[in-house]
Design a protein around this ligand. Structure first.
Ligand code: SAM
Length: 228
């Protein structure tokens, strides 16, 4: 899976992608992440990538030209790719594991557009429909019901959740945990933890070695938590 991230702050991604599972996935070529800065391609003579909204209103909007020209440049280089383009948007469809796994199964390349300021000129979405080859897909996606200052954190969350779905990115143990993601109550050593005077004890069943019972206990806990 190749992620193409369009952002005016490309270095924001470096530290997160430079550690742990994602760094290993990049090193082993299971995933690839390329960043593109619209400032490098803007036709504005002062190098601007934002402007005032027509009709008035607070703040600035990201202009369409540098973003659309960046997309054009990206898709020109890979003729056989299957493109998913994601515009990060607080009011977009909610990111989920299901969305991530369907995207990974269906597409080879994901372009994520990180908004800043008060958002992005609406003609980016309209222009994408003109530019993208048949079989591509465009979504506006939110990572939660709140407003962040920019699309870079959402892009990193999306890369993370989708990469976990790419075969070989997670090790065997972590993959197992993925299928058990619903185990809500987990414990590790020591079996008895003293907090001030109070003993906090690991449930006996988890120390029993009886995996059938352990699974039943976990399922019971999760049902309770979900109110089933
Ligand atoms: N005025 C915009 C609105 O109310 O929808 C908010 C713009 S926000 C300050 C700037 C950018 O951050 C957005 O264009 C989007 O790219 C990104 N963003 C903020 N919150 C987000 C969220 N919850 N999910 C996805 N992207 C988000």
């Amino acid at each position: 899976m190749h992620f193409h991230i369009i952002t005016i702050f490309p270095s924001m991604l470096d530290s997160y992608l430079g550690e742990s599972i994602l760094a290993r996935a990049i090193a082993s070529k299971k995933i690839k992440v390329t960043t593109y800065n619209p400032r490098d391609i803007t036709k504005d003579k002062h190098g601007k990538v934002d402007d005032r909204p027509y009709g008035g209103g607070p703040g600035m909007l990201m202009t369409a030209q540098p973003i659309l020209d960046t997309v054009k440049k990206i898709i020109r280089k890979k003729k056989t790719a299957k493109w998913k383009v994601i515009i990060t948007l607080p009011g977009g469809k909610m990111l989920s594991n299901v969305y991530a796994s369907q995207t990974v199964k269906k597409y080879t390349d994901v372009i994520i557009i990180c908004g800043r300021y008060e958002g992005i000129d609406a003609r980016v979405k309209k222009g994408l429909k003109v530019l993208l080859p048949k079989g591509s897909s465009i979504d506006e996606v939110s990572i939660g019901d709140y407003v962040l200052t920019g699309g870079e954190l959402p892009a990193m969350v999306m890369i993370d959740v989708m990469s976990r779905q790419v075969v070989g990115v997670l090790g065997k143990i972590e993959s197992l945990e993925e299928s058990r993601a619903s185990s809500s109550e987990m414990y590790t050593r020591p079996p008895v933890l003293l907090v001030d005077q109070k003993k906090l004890i690991v449930p006996k069943v988890l120390l029993s070695g009886d995996h059938k019972k352990i699974d039943e206990w976990r399922e019971g806990k999760d049902k309770k938590k979900l109110g089933k």
